[in-house]
Design a protein around this ligand. Structure first.
Ligand code: HEM
Length: 489
């Protein structure tokens, strides 16, 4: 506050008047994506709120967000020092920590190249185009068997509970060279805790900003601390097994390739940046965490939308039947032939906006945006939900309508329309798993839809209200599934 002397020609940020001690916590409330979208209508695309005594700048609108994250990317690519993120991967996370820019850049480059290498490499069987396709195909088919057997024994299934294990197995295959059974208590228990994680690290958690709230941690906060410890232990065990069996001539997976990198010590030769072994091998924490939670949330929403919109489910099944038939399993290269499925996925991303804000950003130096002065080290929230529901960009934004992404004759995707959807962030901090994420959501859905028909429980209403968090989930629910004609269970 002492530093807020505003340079000539720039203006003070607009925003609601804060109360002493708590700031605007009450107005932000428990659904910040909605309250901050409403505030943007009043204060414009760049405004300031205060959480506790700390100012936070909130960005909305396609143009302003592009200006900040792309054109002024350098100034807006930091991460703020928030209380909850200190507990993620012992404060050493690639995505959340306040690493200096050189260290973050070197780690990000390494993570990107490891992901690219181990998803595009040839898998065990030449039947598949790459390892990623092989993992998804096999897990998709296991998931179908699993759902049939749960239906037989229970008469219904909880979509997130089973999908998350299949999705976690794909990233486990790439990162750790192994998969887990759907009955493995350790993995199943761990991945089913991600709702609690997301609730604490979602943008706008008051405990991140108001130290007083940490004296008596909430039940959620206690669970959160326990989840982080459990998560780290799980990964540490796998990493130490990899160190024990490491063979330089046989790099099995991403963990091995990161260990190998530490041995070579050739990280970013040009930049002289020293990154500890722990921070290099620790990259698998981020890849595993980001790789299962986001995709399983997307797929679980997709299944719920299929049930809520049965006529769209039927159209999707007809498209699969016509373009792929029933004699072979869909594959990644079918993507361009299934425009309705692509449009459905884009509309799920847009309508659910299940990542309502990016991970919080932070300014790396004094800067300005739209004529407003923003000091260095200011926490910045990027409201993706607002962009995806902006009536300036979308006709009837609250209506779920995949056709908005199809060309007029329905045979192709309208690319510029698809590019307006904001779920992976933009610019320097843009998601590094985007192509894996899009491929995985597509192929899992194609495989499931080819063989299964999803429906709700008779007489029960589906509750589609999202629960706020870093990734917003639908409420846990029970659904039913039956085989498509031509496929016995
Ligand atoms: C960051 C979305 C899948 C790894 C992010 C961010 C978003 C996002 C919004 C934050 C961007 C920002 O702060 O501006 C998604 C969605 C996914 C997905 C919607 C799936 C549908 C994945 C996968 C991986 C991954 C599969 C890895 C295997 C990461 C990492 C970061 C990140 C490491 C941090 C990047 C950084 O801070 O430099 N993702 N993601 N994501 N994502 Fe993803």
């Amino acid at each position: 506050l002492m530093r807020t002397k505003i340079p000539d020609g720039l203006q003070k940020l607009p925003g609601p008047k804060p109360l002493p001690i708590i700031g605007n916590v009450l107005e932000v409330g428990s659904n910040p994506h909605l309250s901050l979208t409403a505030m943007s209508k009043c204060y414009g695309p760049v405004f300031q709120i205060q959480i506790g005594t700390r100012p936070v700048v909130v960005l909305s609108g396609n143009e302003v967000i592009r200006q900040a994250l792309i054109k002024q990317g350098e100034e807006f690519s930091g991460r703020p020092d928030l209380y909850s993120t200190r507990f993620i991967s012992d404060g050493k996370s690639l995505a959340f920590s306040t690493d200096q820019v050189g260290v973050w850049r070197a780690r990000r480059k390494l993570a990107l190249s490891a992901l690219r290498t181990f998803s595009t490499v040839q898998g065990e069987s030449s039947e598949y185009s790459c390892a990623l396709e092989e993992h998804i195909s096999k897990e998709g088919l296991y998931l179908i068997q699993r759902l049939h057997s749960v239906m037989k024994s229970d008469g219904s299934f909880d979509p997130f509970r089973h999908i998350v294990v299949s999705v976690a197995n794909v990233i486990c295959g790439i990162c750790f060279g192994r998969r887990y059974s759907h009955d493995d208590d350790e993995l199943v228990g761990l991945v089913n805790l991600s709702d609690e994680f997301g609730k604490i690290v979602g943008s706008g958690n008051p405990a991140d900003f108001i130290p007083l709230l940490r004296i008596f941690p909430s039940a959620s906060m206690k669970k959160y601390l326990a989840i982080n410890t459990r998560f780290s232990k799980f990964i540490q065990k796998i990493v130490s097994d990899h160190y024990d069996t490491f063979d330089k001539n046989n790099i099995r997976d991403i963990t091995d390739s990161l260990i190998d990198h530490c041995e070579d010590r050739k990280l970013d030769e040009n930049s002289n940046v020293q990154v500890s072994d722990e921070k290099i091998v620790g990259i698998v924490n981020d890849l595993f965490g980001a790789g299962f939670d986001t995709i399983s949330t997307a797929l679980s929403w997709a299944v719920v939308y299929l049930v809520a919109y049965p006529e769209i489910q039927e159209r999707l099944q007809a498209e699969l039947k016509e373009k792929i038939g029933m004699d072979r399993t869909p594959c990644l290269s079918d993507r361009t032939d299934l425009p309705l499925l692509e449009a459905f996925i884009l509309e799920i991303f847009r309508h659910s906006s299940f990542l309502p804000f990016t991970i919080p950003h932070c300014t790396s130096k004094d800067t300005s945006l739209n004529g407003y002065f923003i000091p260095r080290d200011t926490c910045v929230f990027i409201n993706q939900w607002q962009v995806n529901h902006d009536p300036e960009l979308w006709k009837d934004p609250s209506c779920f309508n995949p056709d908005r992404f199809l060309s007029a004759d329905g045979t192709d995707i309208n690319k510029p329309e698809g590019e307006k959807v904001l779920v992976f962030g933009l610019g320097k901090r843009r998601c590094i798993g985007e192509s894996i994420g899009r491929a995985e959501v597509f192929l899992f859905l194609a495989i499931l839809l080819q063989r299964l028909k999803f429906s709700g429980m008779p007489g029960e209403m589906l509750d589609m209200t999202p629960e706020y968090g870093l990734t917003m989930k639908h409420k846990r629910c029970l659904l039913r599934v039956s085989p498509q004609p031509g496929y016995a269970s």
